[in-house]
Write a protein that binds this ligand. Sequence first.
Ligand code: IMP
Ligand code: MG
Length: 200
Amino acid sequence: MSAGPAHEPRSMTAAPSLRPNYPPGCQVLFTGAEIRAAVERLAREIKAVYGEQELTVVCVLHGGLIFAADLMRLLDMPVRLGVVLASSYRGTATAPGDLHVQIHPSLDLAGRHVLLLDDILDTGRTLTRLRDDLRALGPASVRLVTLVDKPSRRVVPLQADFCGFSIPDLFIVGYGLDWNERYRNLPDIVALPPGAGAGT
Ligand code: IMP
Ligand code: MG
């Protein structure tokens, strides 16, 4: 049997950088290790509520993707996964635009315990709309989990059942959160400098 091509050591200077690009002037709010600790705490809180009951995590794409992947792997009850699409930020703007949601007709929630998961709760419009849309599919229960909450920005009264971090009115990126579809791949959550983004 062939051992395949020899694995040659490469010089460090030739190796590609493993450090993704951070936005200029940003400040780290939560490191990857701090996020990990928060996700572990959330998993324990969720376990305390659901026990061994089956759970259907419905991830709001795209921002909830990384959070969902990490959280699900810390849950030890039976877990199903569904996704919905939502977007409210347009291009380079850091203020919300029109809300667009897409729920695939195959999303089967009838009689199920649903945990609607998003990256961040800001004005509350997205999760209020999605929660109402999912309730129409006849689930046994719907609860909300968000990694980050910005309570000072709320225009629709809404509280998450499970929340990782509460922050002031900052625009943040990383760990799934984007600005203009960038920075979702950062392992940390960082704040853009005030006034950054819009129009640039
Ligand atoms: P809401 O409908 O205003 O609560 O907004 C929720 C959505 O807005 C989230 O799912 C995010 O996609 C986006 N969003 C709100 N604040 C931020 C932020 O600080 N950074 C990146 N996206 C954000
Ligand atoms: Mg989002």
